[in-house]
Unconditional design. Structure first.
Length: 36
């Protein structure tokens, strides 16, 4: 179904950088999978 769950509690005061990193990694993986 294409769902993505983010866990970002490790840095509760400023989780945005962790969220950006996770989304970038997921986007790259999705692009590789689409090319396969």
């Amino acid at each position: 179904d294409g769902a993505l769950s983010l866990e970002y509690e490790e840095n509760p005061k400023d989780p945005m950088e962790d969220i950006r990193t996770c989304l970038n990694v997921a986007a790259e993986a999705a692009q590789r999978a689409a090319r396969s």
